[in-house]
Design a protein around this ligand. Structure first.
Ligand SMILES: Cc1ncc(COP(=O)(O)O)c(C=O)c1O
Length: 432
Protein backbone atom coordinates (compact mmCIF):
# COMPACT_ATOMS: atom_id res chain seq x y z
CA UNK A 1 0.00 0.00 0.00
CA UNK A 2 1.53 3.04 0.31
CA UNK A 3 2.94 3.89 -2.98
CA UNK A 4 1.12 6.78 -4.45
CA UNK A 5 0.89 5.74 -8.07
CA UNK A 6 0.13 8.00 -10.99
CA UNK A 7 -1.64 6.58 -14.03
CA UNK A 8 -1.75 9.67 -16.28
CA UNK A 9 -0.35 7.98 -19.40
CA UNK A 10 -2.52 4.91 -18.86
CA UNK A 11 -5.54 7.11 -18.59
CA UNK A 12 -4.68 9.05 -21.80
CA UNK A 13 -4.12 5.80 -23.69
CA UNK A 14 -7.34 4.37 -22.31
CA UNK A 15 -9.26 7.36 -23.61
CA UNK A 16 -7.72 6.92 -27.07
CA UNK A 17 -8.22 3.16 -27.04
CA UNK A 18 -11.83 3.23 -25.94
CA UNK A 19 -12.66 5.38 -29.00
CA UNK A 20 -11.28 2.78 -31.39
CA UNK A 21 -11.00 -0.59 -29.60
CA UNK A 22 -14.10 -2.13 -27.96
CA UNK A 23 -13.30 -2.87 -24.27
CA UNK A 24 -10.01 -1.04 -25.00
CA UNK A 25 -8.15 -4.35 -25.09
CA UNK A 26 -8.15 -7.71 -26.85
CA UNK A 27 -8.92 -9.90 -23.84
CA UNK A 28 -11.71 -9.62 -21.28
CA UNK A 29 -9.31 -10.61 -18.51
CA UNK A 30 -7.09 -7.62 -19.30
CA UNK A 31 -9.95 -5.13 -19.43
CA UNK A 32 -11.01 -2.54 -16.87
CA UNK A 33 -13.84 -4.85 -15.80
CA UNK A 34 -11.31 -6.92 -13.88
CA UNK A 35 -9.38 -4.15 -12.12
CA UNK A 36 -10.20 -1.24 -9.79
CA UNK A 37 -10.93 1.51 -12.31
CA UNK A 38 -8.69 4.56 -12.02
CA UNK A 39 -6.65 2.88 -9.26
CA UNK A 40 -4.65 0.55 -11.47
CA UNK A 41 -2.80 0.72 -14.77
CA UNK A 42 -4.52 -0.08 -18.08
CA UNK A 43 -1.39 -0.44 -20.21
CA UNK A 44 1.98 -2.09 -19.72
CA UNK A 45 5.12 -1.21 -21.61
CA UNK A 46 7.67 -3.90 -20.87
CA UNK A 47 8.50 -6.91 -18.74
CA UNK A 48 11.63 -8.59 -17.49
CA UNK A 49 11.63 -11.80 -15.47
CA UNK A 50 8.76 -11.51 -13.01
CA UNK A 51 8.51 -7.70 -13.15
CA UNK A 52 6.58 -5.41 -15.49
CA UNK A 53 6.53 -1.67 -16.01
CA UNK A 54 3.43 0.28 -16.97
CA UNK A 55 3.28 3.22 -19.38
CA UNK A 56 3.74 5.64 -16.47
CA UNK A 57 6.95 3.93 -15.38
CA UNK A 58 5.46 2.19 -12.32
CA UNK A 59 7.08 -1.19 -11.60
CA UNK A 60 5.17 -4.26 -10.41
CA UNK A 61 5.79 -7.85 -9.43
CA UNK A 62 3.50 -9.55 -11.94
CA UNK A 63 1.49 -12.56 -10.79
CA UNK A 64 -0.77 -12.62 -13.84
CA UNK A 65 2.17 -13.40 -16.12
CA UNK A 66 0.34 -12.75 -19.38
CA UNK A 67 -2.63 -14.87 -18.27
CA UNK A 68 -0.35 -17.80 -17.40
CA UNK A 69 1.49 -17.69 -20.71
CA UNK A 70 4.88 -16.62 -19.30
CA UNK A 71 5.92 -19.83 -17.61
CA UNK A 72 9.61 -18.89 -17.53
CA UNK A 73 9.20 -15.15 -17.16
CA UNK A 74 9.27 -12.15 -19.47
CA UNK A 75 12.11 -11.94 -21.99
CA UNK A 76 13.59 -15.27 -21.00
CA UNK A 77 17.12 -15.26 -22.47
CA UNK A 78 16.96 -18.84 -23.82
CA UNK A 79 13.62 -18.31 -25.52
CA UNK A 80 14.67 -14.90 -26.83
CA UNK A 81 17.86 -16.20 -28.42
CA UNK A 82 16.04 -19.15 -30.04
CA UNK A 83 13.48 -16.74 -31.46
CA UNK A 84 16.08 -14.26 -32.69
CA UNK A 85 18.00 -17.09 -34.40
CA UNK A 86 14.83 -18.15 -36.16
CA UNK A 87 13.88 -14.56 -37.01
CA UNK A 88 17.02 -14.31 -39.13
CA UNK A 89 15.83 -17.31 -41.16
CA UNK A 90 12.17 -16.43 -41.65
CA UNK A 91 8.83 -16.53 -39.91
CA UNK A 92 6.02 -17.99 -42.04
CA UNK A 93 7.00 -20.30 -44.90
CA UNK A 94 5.37 -21.75 -48.00
CA UNK A 95 5.79 -25.35 -46.86
CA UNK A 96 6.07 -27.09 -43.50
CA UNK A 97 9.36 -26.83 -41.58
CA UNK A 98 11.44 -29.25 -39.52
CA UNK A 99 10.52 -27.24 -36.43
CA UNK A 100 7.00 -28.70 -36.56
CA UNK A 101 8.33 -32.26 -36.47
CA UNK A 102 10.87 -31.47 -33.77
CA UNK A 103 8.31 -29.81 -31.50
CA UNK A 104 5.69 -32.54 -32.05
CA UNK A 105 8.29 -35.16 -31.03
CA UNK A 106 9.28 -33.20 -27.93
CA UNK A 107 5.65 -32.80 -26.86
CA UNK A 108 5.00 -36.49 -27.46
CA UNK A 109 7.97 -37.26 -25.24
CA UNK A 110 6.53 -35.21 -22.37
CA UNK A 111 2.94 -36.30 -22.87
CA UNK A 112 2.86 -39.86 -24.23
CA UNK A 113 -0.95 -39.78 -24.68
CA UNK A 114 -0.37 -37.25 -27.48
CA UNK A 115 0.57 -39.89 -30.05
CA UNK A 116 0.13 -37.38 -32.85
CA UNK A 117 0.12 -33.59 -32.64
CA UNK A 118 -1.24 -30.57 -34.54
CA UNK A 119 -0.51 -26.93 -33.78
CA UNK A 120 -2.71 -23.86 -33.39
CA UNK A 121 -2.25 -20.34 -32.04
CA UNK A 122 -4.68 -19.88 -29.11
CA UNK A 123 -5.89 -22.48 -26.64
CA UNK A 124 -9.33 -22.11 -28.24
CA UNK A 125 -7.93 -23.47 -31.53
CA UNK A 126 -6.79 -26.63 -29.78
CA UNK A 127 -9.98 -27.26 -27.74
CA UNK A 128 -12.19 -26.52 -30.77
CA UNK A 129 -10.16 -28.80 -33.04
CA UNK A 130 -10.39 -31.57 -30.44
CA UNK A 131 -14.18 -31.21 -30.21
CA UNK A 132 -14.55 -31.24 -34.00
CA UNK A 133 -12.47 -34.41 -34.30
CA UNK A 134 -14.50 -36.06 -31.53
CA UNK A 135 -17.70 -35.22 -33.39
CA UNK A 136 -16.24 -36.52 -36.64
CA UNK A 137 -15.06 -39.77 -35.08
CA UNK A 138 -18.26 -40.56 -33.18
CA UNK A 139 -20.82 -39.13 -35.61
CA UNK A 140 -22.46 -37.46 -32.60
CA UNK A 141 -23.03 -33.76 -31.93
CA UNK A 142 -23.43 -33.40 -28.18
CA UNK A 143 -20.65 -32.02 -25.99
CA UNK A 144 -20.36 -32.04 -22.20
CA UNK A 145 -18.07 -29.31 -20.90
CA UNK A 146 -16.58 -29.02 -17.42
CA UNK A 147 -14.61 -25.80 -16.92
CA UNK A 148 -13.57 -23.03 -19.33
CA UNK A 149 -12.50 -23.83 -22.87
CA UNK A 150 -12.22 -20.63 -24.92
CA UNK A 151 -14.28 -18.29 -27.04
CA UNK A 152 -15.75 -20.44 -29.83
CA UNK A 153 -19.50 -21.00 -30.38
CA UNK A 154 -19.51 -24.63 -29.27
CA UNK A 155 -18.37 -23.56 -25.78
CA UNK A 156 -19.54 -20.01 -25.03
CA UNK A 157 -22.97 -20.93 -26.38
CA UNK A 158 -23.43 -22.86 -23.14
CA UNK A 159 -22.40 -19.95 -20.89
CA UNK A 160 -24.06 -16.71 -19.83
CA UNK A 161 -22.00 -14.88 -22.51
CA UNK A 162 -23.77 -16.57 -25.42
CA UNK A 163 -24.88 -13.43 -27.29
CA UNK A 164 -24.29 -13.97 -31.00
CA UNK A 165 -24.22 -17.76 -30.85
CA UNK A 166 -27.09 -19.51 -32.70
CA UNK A 167 -29.40 -21.27 -30.28
CA UNK A 168 -29.14 -24.48 -32.30
CA UNK A 169 -25.40 -24.52 -31.57
CA UNK A 170 -25.81 -23.56 -27.89
CA UNK A 171 -28.16 -26.44 -27.32
CA UNK A 172 -25.56 -28.99 -28.33
CA UNK A 173 -23.24 -28.24 -25.39
CA UNK A 174 -24.18 -28.85 -21.78
CA UNK A 175 -22.15 -27.91 -18.74
CA UNK A 176 -21.91 -30.06 -15.64
CA UNK A 177 -20.17 -29.20 -12.36
CA UNK A 178 -16.64 -30.37 -11.62
CA UNK A 179 -16.10 -33.28 -9.21
CA UNK A 180 -19.62 -34.60 -9.77
CA UNK A 181 -19.78 -38.01 -11.45
CA UNK A 182 -23.49 -38.38 -10.67
CA UNK A 183 -24.29 -35.16 -12.55
CA UNK A 184 -22.15 -36.33 -15.46
CA UNK A 185 -23.91 -39.68 -15.74
CA UNK A 186 -27.31 -38.00 -15.43
CA UNK A 187 -26.42 -35.58 -18.21
CA UNK A 188 -25.26 -38.37 -20.52
CA UNK A 189 -28.58 -40.10 -19.92
CA UNK A 190 -30.51 -36.84 -20.49
CA UNK A 191 -28.71 -36.36 -23.80
CA UNK A 192 -29.77 -39.88 -24.75
CA UNK A 193 -26.19 -40.89 -25.40
CA UNK A 194 -25.83 -38.31 -28.18
CA UNK A 195 -22.49 -37.29 -26.69
CA UNK A 196 -19.38 -36.98 -28.83
CA UNK A 197 -17.06 -35.92 -26.04
CA UNK A 198 -16.59 -34.88 -22.47
CA UNK A 199 -14.10 -32.00 -22.31
CA UNK A 200 -12.78 -30.89 -18.95
CA UNK A 201 -10.01 -29.08 -17.20
CA UNK A 202 -8.60 -32.03 -15.24
CA UNK A 203 -7.88 -29.56 -12.50
CA UNK A 204 -8.66 -25.86 -12.16
CA UNK A 205 -9.05 -24.03 -8.87
CA UNK A 206 -10.34 -27.15 -7.17
CA UNK A 207 -8.45 -30.43 -6.94
CA UNK A 208 -10.14 -33.57 -8.24
CA UNK A 209 -11.51 -35.73 -5.46
CA UNK A 210 -9.88 -39.17 -5.33
CA UNK A 211 -11.26 -41.33 -8.13
CA UNK A 212 -12.97 -38.48 -10.01
CA UNK A 213 -10.74 -38.44 -13.10
CA UNK A 214 -10.50 -42.23 -13.17
CA UNK A 215 -14.30 -42.34 -12.85
CA UNK A 216 -14.71 -40.05 -15.87
CA UNK A 217 -12.26 -42.21 -17.79
CA UNK A 218 -14.31 -45.32 -17.01
CA UNK A 219 -17.67 -43.74 -17.83
CA UNK A 220 -16.51 -42.31 -21.15
CA UNK A 221 -14.76 -45.54 -22.15
CA UNK A 222 -17.86 -47.57 -21.39
CA UNK A 223 -20.06 -45.23 -23.43
CA UNK A 224 -17.68 -44.75 -26.37
CA UNK A 225 -17.39 -41.02 -25.59
CA UNK A 226 -14.14 -39.24 -26.44
CA UNK A 227 -12.43 -37.88 -23.31
CA UNK A 228 -10.65 -34.57 -23.91
CA UNK A 229 -8.41 -33.06 -21.27
CA UNK A 230 -8.16 -29.29 -21.63
CA UNK A 231 -4.63 -28.82 -20.30
CA UNK A 232 -4.26 -25.31 -21.69
CA UNK A 233 -3.37 -24.14 -18.18
CA UNK A 234 -2.24 -27.33 -16.45
CA UNK A 235 0.05 -28.61 -19.22
CA UNK A 236 3.65 -27.47 -18.62
CA UNK A 237 2.59 -26.27 -15.16
CA UNK A 238 1.39 -29.00 -12.76
CA UNK A 239 3.91 -31.53 -14.05
CA UNK A 240 6.11 -31.89 -17.14
CA UNK A 241 3.39 -34.13 -18.54
CA UNK A 242 0.55 -31.99 -17.18
CA UNK A 243 -2.36 -33.05 -14.97
CA UNK A 244 -2.61 -36.37 -16.79
CA UNK A 245 0.83 -37.27 -15.47
CA UNK A 246 0.14 -35.90 -11.97
CA UNK A 247 -3.14 -37.80 -11.59
CA UNK A 248 -2.26 -40.82 -13.73
CA UNK A 249 -5.22 -40.69 -16.12
CA UNK A 250 -4.82 -40.93 -19.90
CA UNK A 251 -7.33 -38.98 -21.99
CA UNK A 252 -8.12 -39.66 -25.67
CA UNK A 253 -7.27 -36.13 -26.75
CA UNK A 254 -5.45 -33.25 -25.07
CA UNK A 255 -5.37 -29.51 -25.72
CA UNK A 256 -2.37 -27.47 -24.55
CA UNK A 257 -1.39 -23.80 -24.97
CA UNK A 258 -0.51 -20.89 -22.64
CA UNK A 259 2.94 -21.58 -21.14
CA UNK A 260 4.19 -23.82 -23.94
CA UNK A 261 5.50 -20.80 -25.89
CA UNK A 262 6.43 -18.58 -22.93
CA UNK A 263 4.25 -15.80 -24.32
CA UNK A 264 4.52 -16.70 -27.98
CA UNK A 265 1.19 -17.62 -29.56
CA UNK A 266 1.10 -21.37 -29.89
CA UNK A 267 -1.19 -24.21 -28.85
CA UNK A 268 -1.49 -27.88 -29.74
CA UNK A 269 -4.01 -30.67 -29.91
CA UNK A 270 -2.90 -34.27 -29.72
CA UNK A 271 -3.99 -37.74 -28.73
CA UNK A 272 -4.89 -41.19 -29.91
CA UNK A 273 -3.50 -41.93 -33.37
CA UNK A 274 -6.83 -43.18 -34.76
CA UNK A 275 -8.61 -39.99 -33.64
CA UNK A 276 -5.82 -37.68 -34.76
CA UNK A 277 -5.85 -39.27 -38.21
CA UNK A 278 -9.33 -37.74 -38.61
CA UNK A 279 -7.45 -34.49 -39.27
CA UNK A 280 -6.69 -35.87 -42.73
CA UNK A 281 -10.33 -34.94 -43.46
CA UNK A 282 -11.49 -32.73 -40.62
CA UNK A 283 -10.84 -29.10 -41.48
CA UNK A 284 -8.32 -27.56 -39.11
CA UNK A 285 -6.05 -25.42 -41.19
CA UNK A 286 -4.71 -21.87 -40.94
CA UNK A 287 -2.07 -19.62 -42.44
CA UNK A 288 -0.10 -19.30 -39.23
CA UNK A 289 -0.39 -22.86 -37.84
CA UNK A 290 3.29 -23.48 -38.62
CA UNK A 291 4.59 -19.99 -37.78
CA UNK A 292 8.21 -20.55 -36.96
CA UNK A 293 9.00 -18.07 -34.14
CA UNK A 294 6.43 -19.63 -31.83
CA UNK A 295 7.61 -23.14 -32.71
CA UNK A 296 11.20 -22.14 -31.95
CA UNK A 297 10.04 -20.53 -28.68
CA UNK A 298 8.19 -23.66 -27.64
CA UNK A 299 11.16 -25.90 -28.41
CA UNK A 300 13.30 -23.63 -26.22
CA UNK A 301 10.71 -23.80 -23.42
CA UNK A 302 10.61 -27.61 -23.48
CA UNK A 303 14.41 -27.83 -23.62
CA UNK A 304 14.59 -25.58 -20.55
CA UNK A 305 11.92 -27.59 -18.70
CA UNK A 306 13.96 -30.72 -19.40
CA UNK A 307 17.32 -29.11 -18.53
CA UNK A 308 16.35 -27.28 -15.34
CA UNK A 309 13.76 -28.24 -12.79
CA UNK A 310 11.32 -25.54 -13.91
CA UNK A 311 8.19 -27.31 -12.71
CA UNK A 312 9.70 -28.34 -9.34
CA UNK A 313 10.83 -24.76 -8.94
CA UNK A 314 7.38 -23.23 -9.47
CA UNK A 315 5.86 -25.77 -7.06
CA UNK A 316 8.46 -24.91 -4.42
CA UNK A 317 8.09 -21.15 -4.70
CA UNK A 318 4.33 -21.47 -5.01
CA UNK A 319 4.25 -23.45 -1.74
CA UNK A 320 6.27 -20.76 -0.03
CA UNK A 321 3.81 -18.11 -1.19
CA UNK A 322 0.87 -20.30 -0.31
CA UNK A 323 1.95 -21.01 3.26
CA UNK A 324 2.80 -17.33 3.74
CA UNK A 325 -0.60 -16.12 2.54
CA UNK A 326 -2.51 -18.75 4.52
CA UNK A 327 -0.64 -17.80 7.70
CA UNK A 328 -1.57 -14.14 7.23
CA UNK A 329 -5.24 -14.97 6.55
CA UNK A 330 -5.31 -17.01 9.75
CA UNK A 331 -3.44 -14.40 11.79
CA UNK A 332 -6.00 -11.76 10.82
CA UNK A 333 -9.00 -14.04 11.48
CA UNK A 334 -10.13 -13.71 7.87
CA UNK A 335 -10.64 -17.43 7.20
CA UNK A 336 -14.32 -16.99 6.47
CA UNK A 337 -13.83 -14.01 4.12
CA UNK A 338 -10.71 -14.94 2.16
CA UNK A 339 -9.89 -18.34 0.76
CA UNK A 340 -6.86 -19.43 -1.22
CA UNK A 341 -7.75 -22.09 -3.75
CA UNK A 342 -5.73 -24.07 -6.27
CA UNK A 343 -2.33 -25.67 -5.95
CA UNK A 344 1.09 -24.03 -5.68
CA UNK A 345 1.76 -23.28 -9.38
CA UNK A 346 -1.69 -21.68 -9.88
CA UNK A 347 -3.43 -20.15 -6.86
CA UNK A 348 -6.48 -17.95 -6.59
CA UNK A 349 -7.87 -15.84 -3.75
CA UNK A 350 -11.63 -15.81 -3.43
CA UNK A 351 -13.59 -13.37 -1.33
CA UNK A 352 -16.68 -13.32 0.84
CA UNK A 353 -18.39 -10.75 3.04
CA UNK A 354 -17.08 -9.90 6.49
CA UNK A 355 -18.53 -7.59 9.16
CA UNK A 356 -20.23 -4.84 7.19
CA UNK A 357 -18.17 -5.29 4.01
CA UNK A 358 -19.63 -7.16 1.02
CA UNK A 359 -17.63 -9.71 -1.00
CA UNK A 360 -17.16 -7.14 -3.78
CA UNK A 361 -15.89 -4.55 -1.26
CA UNK A 362 -13.42 -7.05 0.20
CA UNK A 363 -12.22 -8.03 -3.30
CA UNK A 364 -11.81 -4.43 -4.42
CA UNK A 365 -10.07 -3.43 -1.16
CA UNK A 366 -7.52 -6.22 -1.61
CA UNK A 367 -7.10 -5.44 -5.33
CA UNK A 368 -6.40 -1.75 -4.65
CA UNK A 369 -4.03 -2.71 -1.83
CA UNK A 370 -2.08 -5.05 -4.07
CA UNK A 371 -1.70 -2.59 -6.92
CA UNK A 372 -0.60 0.19 -4.61
CA UNK A 373 1.92 -2.23 -3.10
CA UNK A 374 3.39 -2.71 -6.57
CA UNK A 375 1.87 -6.16 -7.15
CA UNK A 376 -0.06 -6.77 -10.35
CA UNK A 377 -2.85 -9.27 -9.79
CA UNK A 378 -6.53 -9.28 -9.05
CA UNK A 379 -6.04 -12.23 -6.73
CA UNK A 380 -4.49 -15.00 -8.79
CA UNK A 381 -0.93 -16.13 -8.34
CA UNK A 382 0.38 -17.67 -11.54
CA UNK A 383 3.85 -18.77 -10.59
CA UNK A 384 6.73 -18.53 -13.04
CA UNK A 385 10.31 -19.77 -13.00
CA UNK A 386 11.42 -16.14 -12.74
CA UNK A 387 9.65 -15.25 -9.49
CA UNK A 388 12.25 -14.73 -6.79
CA UNK A 389 12.16 -15.42 -3.07
CA UNK A 390 12.23 -11.63 -2.58
CA UNK A 391 9.11 -11.29 -4.80
CA UNK A 392 7.35 -13.81 -2.60
CA UNK A 393 8.45 -12.25 0.69
CA UNK A 394 7.40 -8.81 -0.51
CA UNK A 395 4.01 -10.14 -1.61
CA UNK A 396 3.34 -11.90 1.69
CA UNK A 397 4.30 -8.86 3.73
CA UNK A 398 2.13 -6.61 1.54
CA UNK A 399 -0.81 -8.96 1.99
CA UNK A 400 -0.17 -8.99 5.75
CA UNK A 401 -0.59 -5.19 5.78
CA UNK A 402 -3.64 -5.31 3.49
CA UNK A 403 -5.40 -8.02 5.53
CA UNK A 404 -4.68 -6.30 8.78
CA UNK A 405 -6.08 -3.00 7.44
CA UNK A 406 -9.11 -4.88 6.12
CA UNK A 407 -10.02 -6.26 9.55
CA UNK A 408 -10.40 -2.66 10.81
CA UNK A 409 -11.93 -1.14 7.66
CA UNK A 410 -14.54 -3.89 7.31
CA UNK A 411 -16.01 -2.98 10.71
CA UNK A 412 -16.94 0.50 9.52
CA UNK A 413 -19.86 0.58 7.07
CA UNK A 414 -19.28 2.27 3.68
CA UNK A 415 -15.97 0.65 2.74
CA UNK A 416 -16.98 0.76 -0.94
CA UNK A 417 -17.40 4.54 -0.90
CA UNK A 418 -14.13 5.06 0.93
CA UNK A 419 -12.24 3.11 -1.74
CA UNK A 420 -12.82 5.87 -4.26
CA UNK A 421 -13.39 3.54 -7.22
CA UNK A 422 -16.21 1.37 -8.51
CA UNK A 423 -16.35 -2.12 -7.01
CA UNK A 424 -15.06 -5.00 -9.11
CA UNK A 425 -18.02 -7.25 -9.79
CA UNK A 426 -17.64 -10.64 -11.46
CA UNK A 427 -18.80 -9.89 -15.01
CA UNK A 428 -18.36 -13.36 -16.43
CA UNK A 429 -17.55 -16.23 -14.20
CA UNK A 430 -15.76 -18.54 -16.61
CA UNK A 431 -15.29 -21.34 -14.11
CA UNK A 432 -18.14 -22.55 -11.95
C1 LIG B 1 -8.49 -24.08 -19.47
C2 LIG B 1 -8.51 -23.16 -20.65
N1 LIG B 1 -8.86 -23.65 -21.85
C3 LIG B 1 -8.88 -22.90 -22.94
C4 LIG B 1 -8.57 -21.56 -22.89
C5 LIG B 1 -8.60 -20.73 -24.11
O1 LIG B 1 -7.33 -20.37 -24.46
P1 LIG B 1 -7.07 -19.05 -25.35
O2 LIG B 1 -7.54 -17.90 -24.53
O3 LIG B 1 -5.60 -19.07 -25.58
O4 LIG B 1 -7.86 -19.23 -26.60
C6 LIG B 1 -8.21 -20.99 -21.64
C7 LIG B 1 -7.89 -19.56 -21.53
O5 LIG B 1 -7.88 -18.97 -20.51
C8 LIG B 1 -8.19 -21.81 -20.50
O6 LIG B 1 -7.87 -21.32 -19.29
Amino acid sequence: MNKSLIFANSSDLYNRASKIIPTATQTFSKSRMQFPKGKSPDFLKRGHGSHVWDVDGNEYIDFLMGLLSNLLGYADPDVNSAVVRQLEKGVSFSLATELEVELAEKIQNLMPSMEMVRFGKNGTDATSAAVRVARAATGKDGVIAIGYHGWQDWYVGATSRHKGVPQAVSELTKKVPYNDLVALEAMIARMRDNVACVILEPMSVVEPFPGYLKGIREITEKKGIVLIFDEVVTGFRLAKGGAQELFGVRPDLTAIGKGMGNGFPISAVGGRRDLMMEFENVFFSGTFGGEALSLAASIAVIDKINREDVIGNIWQKGELLRSGILAEIRKCGLDSAIKLQGVAPWQILSFDKIHSASAAEVKTFVAVGLITSGILTTGTFNMSFSHSIEDIEETVSSLARIFSALTEEAKVPGLGERLGCPLIEPVFKVRD
